[in-house]
Ligand binder design. Structure first.
Ligand code: ADE
Ligand code: ZN
Length: 330
C-alpha cells in the first residue's frame, strides 16, 4: 500500500538539515559561494561519517544568512513535508545560525520563518512549530545565549528548547543552566541523547536536563532498567530510523531497536531528522518500517497519535491535529 496519504505527525527535523540540495546549490550560486565540495556527483549531499556530516551541514547553512533566506527555506521544506503527507511538524531552529545569537536579529529571522509557515498552513494545510536549539559542540556559554533568545520568543510558534550537535562533546549536565532558563520560560524540553553515546547519556538527559522527550534515545535499549524508566516516566523518543541506519548507528533496519522499544511499551515516534542528507522522507520511512517489521496503517495511526500527544504545541492545536489523525481509515 502507499503510505503517502496517511496524515503524519513529525516531531524531529532540523530546518537547515531539511534543506533540499538544489535549494542550497541555488543560494550558493546567487551568492557566489563555492560549495561544490559538499555535493556528490548525483547532486545530493556528500560526507564520510557523522562528524563530517556536521561539517557539511554547517557549510550548507553558511549560505543561509538573512531572514529572507530562511523564509524561502521554510517554504521549500514545508512543501516537501506536505508532499509526504505530514500535517504537523516540529523543527529545530538555531539562533547560532539565525543572527549569531543576537536577540534582535533572531526576532527578525523568526518572524520571516513564521510568515512562511503561516503561508504554508494556508496553502497546504501543514502546521509548523519551532524548537529553539543549542548546538552542543558550540559549548554551554553559547547554549545560554541561545536560551536567552528562546526566553525572549517563547510561546505560540516557539514551543520548546532542545540541543543537537556532537554528542561526544561535553556532558549533558554542562547545559543544565541553559535548560533551566528555557523551562522557566515555559518551554518544553528535548535533547539529542543515545544516538552516538550509550544509555548513560539518556540517563543524564533525564537526570540533569529533566527533558520530557529524547531525540533518538535508541541506545537506551542496551539497558533494560533504563527502558523500564522510559516507560514508567512516559518519555517519548523521537526516533529517526533512516538517519540512524544511514549514519551507521546500526548496520541495517533489521538491527534497529525501534520495534523492540515499542514492544517493551516505550512511546516511540518516527521522524526523518535531516531528510535529504539521509536520502529519505516520511513515506520512505513508513515503507521501510512496514517492509521490515510488518507495520500497517493501523500501527502508523497509533504512532501518529503518540506523536501528537507528545507534541510541544498548545492543546487547541493538538486537538485539531489529533482529529485529522483519528479520521484516518485503517
Ligand atoms: N544536527 C542535525 N542532525 C543531527 C543529528 N542527527 N544528531 C545530532 N545533531 C544533529
Ligand atoms: Zn536530530
Amino acid at each position: 500500500m502507499s503510505f503517502k496519504a496517511l496524515p503524519k505527525v513529525e516531531l524531529h527535523t532540523h530546518i537547515e538539515g531539511a534543506a533540499p540540495p538544489d535549494f542550497i546549490r541555488g543560494l550558493a550560486k546567487e551568492k557566489n559561494v563555492d560549495l561544490s565540495g559538499i555535493f556528490a556527483a548525483d547532486g545530493g549531499y556528500a560526507y564520510r561519517d557523522f562528524w563530517h556530516f556536521l561539517e557539511v551541514y554547517e557549510a550548507a547553512t553558511s549560505v543561509l544568512n538573512s531572514p529572507q533566506d530562511y523564509a524561502r527555506l521554510t517554504r521549500a521544506v514545508l512543501e516537501n513535508c506536505a508532499e509526504a503527507g505530514v500535517v504537523y511538524v516540529e523543527t529545530f531552529i538555531s539562533p547560532d545560525f539565525c543572527g549569531g545569537r543576537d536577540v534582535s536579529a533572531w526576532r527578525d529571522y523568526l518572524a520571516a520563518i513564521q510568515d512562511a509557515a503561516a503561508e504554508a498552513e494556508r496553502d497546504a494545510g501543514i502546521t509548523l512549530r519551532g524548537i529553539v536549539t543549542a548546538v552542543r559542540h558550540f559549548g554551554p556559554d553559547a547554549a545560554r545565549e541561545v536560551a536567552r533568545c528562546a526566553q525572549q520568543t517563547a510561546g505560540g510558534f516557539i514551543t520548546g528548547y532542545g540541543m543537537g550537535g556532537d554528542e561526544k562533546s561535553g556532558k549533558q549536565g554542562d547545559f543544565a543552566y541553559a535548560f533551566d532558563m528555557a523551562r522557566e520560560a515555559g518551554l518544553k524540553l528535548t535533547t539529542h541523547a543515545g544516538e552516538w553515546n550509550g544509555p548513560d547519556e539518556v540517563r543524564a538527559a533525564l537526570d540533569d536536563l529533566r527533558v520530557e522527550r529524547i531525540g533518538h534515545g535508541v541506545r537506551a535499549i542496551e539497558d533494560p532498567a533504563l527502558v523500564d524508566r522510559l516507560v514508567q516516566d512516559g518519555i517519548t523518543l523521537e526516533v529517526c530510523p533512516g538517519s540512524n541506519v544511514f549514519l551507521g548507528v546500526y548496520p541495517d533496519l533489521a538491527a534497529h531497536p525501534i520495534a523492540r522499544l515499542r514492544d517493551r511499551g516505550v512511546k516511540v515516534t518516527v521522524s526523518t531528522d535531516d531528510p535529504p542528507f539521509f536520502r529519505t522522507d516520511m513515506v520512505k520511512e513508513y515503507e521501510d518500517l512496514s517492509r521490515q517489521f510488518g507495520w500497517d496503517a493501523a500501527d502508523f495511526k497509533a504512532l501518529n497519535l503518540t506523536a501528537i500527544e507528545a507534541a510541544f504545541c498548545d492543546d487547541a492545536t493538538r486537538e485539531r491535529v489529533r482529529k485529522i489523525v483519528e479520521a484516518q481509515d485503517v
